[in-house]
Design a protein around this ligand. Sequence first.
Ligand code: HEC
Length: 278
Amino acid sequence: MRGNREQGVGSSVQKLKQLAAFGAMTATLILAGCRQDMQDEPKFFPQRGTNFYADGRSVRPQVENTVARNQLRENGYFYTGLINGKEGDGMPFPATLEVLERGQERYNVYCTPCHSRVGNGVGMIVQRGYMKAGNFNTVRLETAPLGHFFHVISNGYGAMPDYAAQIVPEDRWAIVAYIKALQLSQKATQADVPPGAHVEPLSSIAEREGLPASFADEWTLPPTAVTGTPDNGLYVLPMPAPAPSTNGEGSNSRPNATQPAGTPAGPREPQQSGVPKQ
Ligand code: HEC
């Protein structure tokens, strides 16, 4: 009986040992199975849903009453150019010389291809057939509030695409200030400039420099220009006229090409609008 008991105790100890060994092995295997590599992270993938949230969206809406970094837009006018939904006037920060220089630089990068350096709307792309861009030297745009220009840059206008992605709000305002300077420069009088500075009409500069009198005219589109862009079907690629056998420069129809004095100016369209000339 005793011997039996001892044997019984001995075998249950062994069983326990076996069980423990089995348990340890199973645990090791299970734990090894739980290993999570970085390529298998519990993360959200762009454009993919999730069952973690009840609404199934992995892209979460902004938490109410919180402001994300760089999104504190307390000064609404600075970001929209609007005051109570209407275009406001004035700059949201002072237009210093530095601001104007920045505006000039950004304007020359982003706006001149269509609006030209003087803002008359006949930039190089327009001369090559793009729809005529706005002429800033018209009464309507000269009297437009500054917020209008900011709004146009931010949202586009008719055929003009918006430049919100390319130009940060601060630079948009700098451009707006520079456009105002461009407009004023077309009407400057001696009283507008500091003593010693000299205001001279473009026509007299043209005369002094021996440029054709037409140099100071409003630029007009060449006869080859058509209004429209390739996608609305109106655009016809302008074909250059066959070059004459002699030096063909005189037949160049570019209206604002600087031609040597005495060369007849290219064909011109009638003057547009009553914009005062210098
Ligand atoms: C790709 C050519 C193009 C570029 C670049 C361009 N514009 Fe324009 N813009 C146009 C055209 C075309 C119009 C006329 C749109 C219409 O009347 O449908 C226009 C019109 C405007 C107007 C007049 C809006 C009105 O009330 O009549 C303003 C102001 C203006 N652009 C500002 C700018 C500024 C500032 C830039 C540079 C940041 C710029 N544009 C760059 C093509 C361009």
